[in-house]
Design a protein around this ligand. Structure first.
Ligand code: AMP
Ligand code: MG
Length: 485
């Protein structure tokens, strides 16, 4: 069976200084451990071909298929607030782009495919645990309706990688509408390469925000569009309890997709100060800080575009500031609307914000599980049991029920809405860790497969899967997550 993938590589047509051409480095014994057949079909790639030895060889980086033009992309980035002028794909390789059945252009990238000119001291490889983690969480995010990079496949390499201890190696195939980051713009801006910044902006406009091309100032419209996409994205994160964990500017995608599943985690008990990442000592990327950090990252993007935003310095600064100022209201509207929907309100009335804020305050005060509390509201009895302070919950519930009466569809419609927006199943840390441990320590992929299945239908009531809906027991609690790079 010959592998045929209809590559059309627009990024590789940009000037040489945007990337390094390279070949992925072969691995000893590739074995396909998971293929996302639904995604393959969406991309217009035959899943059977991908599962063949030839396909597996491609997914492992052992053979580049016809039409691929493997490159490592150059980028920079602010990491925990400190600027690093050169990062780049140190262990990833963009094979090329395909236009899917839906007409959307997407990157096909191998992650863990060996060293590149950007590897610095790294080995260019990935361990199986973090690869499966990215698979689970990225696909869960997609099923939850959150814009995200996707995972097409996971392959084990038959080699080990050294991360304080010896671990099985793996390669992940990541699919994204592009891998252009805020840090990609910063890479060229930091070098004073104005021409490259403009070419990159034009490329990103064509690819992600074609409407901006027709605006009076396309670059201003582009900045506004990225701002809006990020504001909507962060609101969605907050509404499902997602903590990215490492919101550096190199992990902030221009497309508005969630990218880079490192130490990310879902919050169990509601607390805006929640941090899981072992390297986030100051809590910079805590759950509740995410909107502020996204805006900070976007200010870094605006800086790189200044020369394109106005005819002189003053008008450019004014345009950048105006654009940035739109972030907070856009985020607030998306977040507040989302919160209202989480308590079953499709319309808006005075007092609604207080109602949602008071509910969150109850959760915080009682350290109540975020996911269970909202899901439980569609059956108030289920929610009541979660609150130690039953009186406070009952008082809130009385106000809430009164408000539901004013909804056009009444409590019935509210229940339906709540079940559509409040997931029963999210990739809780303890579930993810257990699935990863079985796969990496016992080569038992059954728990990973089961969890992946549950997470693909997060809003569906499935009593048989109740064990996957509950929060961690005291002995299951995961307090820290790791990058695992
Ligand atoms: P991340 O923490 O995954 O966002 O990666 C930050 C930077 O470190 C990027 O430039 C990566 O390509 C690079 N990097 C991470 N892990 C490795 C590795 N094992 N080998 C080489 N480069 C790496
Ligand atoms: Mg990264």
């Amino acid at each position: 069976m010959t592998l045929s993938i209809p590559f059309d590589n627009s990024y590789a047509r940009l000037p040489d200084r945007f990337y390094a051409r390279l070949e992925p480095k072969p691995v000893a014994a590739p074995r396909l451990v998971r293929l996302n057949t639904v995604l393959a079909e969406q991309l217009g790639i035959d899943p059977e071909q991908l599962a063949s030895p030839e396909g597996t060889a491609m997914l492992a980086g052992n053979a580049a298929p016809p039409g691929a033009e493997p490159i490592a992309q150059a980028y920079a980035g602010h990491q925990f607030g400190h600027f690093v002028p050169q990062l780049g794909d140190g262990r990833a390789c963009l094979l090329g782009e395909v236009i899917g059945r839906d007409g959307i252009r997407r990157d096909i990238q191998l992650k863990g495919s060996g060293t590149t000119p950007f590897s610095r001291a790294g080995d260019g490889r990935a361990a199986l645990g973090p690869v499966l983690r990215e698979y689970l969480i990225s696909e869960a995010m997609a099923a939850l309706g959150v814009p995200t990079t996707r995972t097409l496949a996971a392959v084990t390499t038959g080699e080990t990688v050294w991360r304080e201890t010896s671990l099985p190696g793996a390669v992940l195939t990541r699919v994204a509408t592009s891998h252009i980051r805020v840090g990609t713009f910063q890479y060229f801006a930091a070098r004073g390469d104005a021409e490259a910044v403009r070419l990159l902006a034009d490329h990103a406009i064509t690819r992600h925000y074609p409407d901006a091309a027709g605006a009076d100032n396309p670059y201003r419209a582009f900045l506004d569009a990225v701002m809006a996409a990020q504001a909507e994205l962060i609101a969605r994160w907050l509404l499902i309890g997602f903590i990215h964990g490492v919101m550096n500017t190199d992990n902030c995608a221009i497309s508005g997709e969630t990218i880079d599943y490192g130490p990310c985690a879902f919050m169990d008990e509601y607390d805006p100060a929640t941090v899981f990442s072992s390297i986030d000592h100051g809590g910079r990327y805590a759950y509740g800080n995410q909107p502020r950090i996204a805006q900070w990252n976007l200010a870094r993007l605006a800086e790189t575009l200044l020369a394109l935003l106005g005819t002189d310095e003053d008008s450019a600064m004014a345009a950048a500031q105006e654009s940035l100022a739109a972030f907070a209201p856009r985020f607030e509207t998306a977040y507040r609307t989302g919160l209202r929907r989480k308590i079953g309100l499709a319309t808006e009335r005075e007092g609604d914000d207080a109602l949602t804020a008071d509910f969150l305050a109850l959760l915080a005060a009682g350290r109540v599980d975020f996911t269970l509390a909202f899901r439980g509201l569609s059956e108030a009895a289920a929610a009541q049991a979660l609150f130690a302070d039953g009186d406070a919950f009952d008082a809130w519930t009385r106000r809430w029920r009164l408000r539901l009466e004013a909804e056009p569809g009444g409590p019935g419609a509210a229940s339906t809405l709540m079940r559509q927006v409040n997931p029963a199943f999210v990739p809780r840390n303890h579930l993810v860790e257990a699935a990863l441990a079985a796969a990496t320590k016992q080569s038992d992929f059954a728990p990973f497969e089961t969890l992946l299945g549950v997470l693909s239908r997060p809003y569906q009531n499935d009593p048989a899967m109740a064990a996957f809906a509950r929060g961690p027991g005291d002995d299951e609690r995961v307090l820290q997550t790791f990058c695992g790079t």
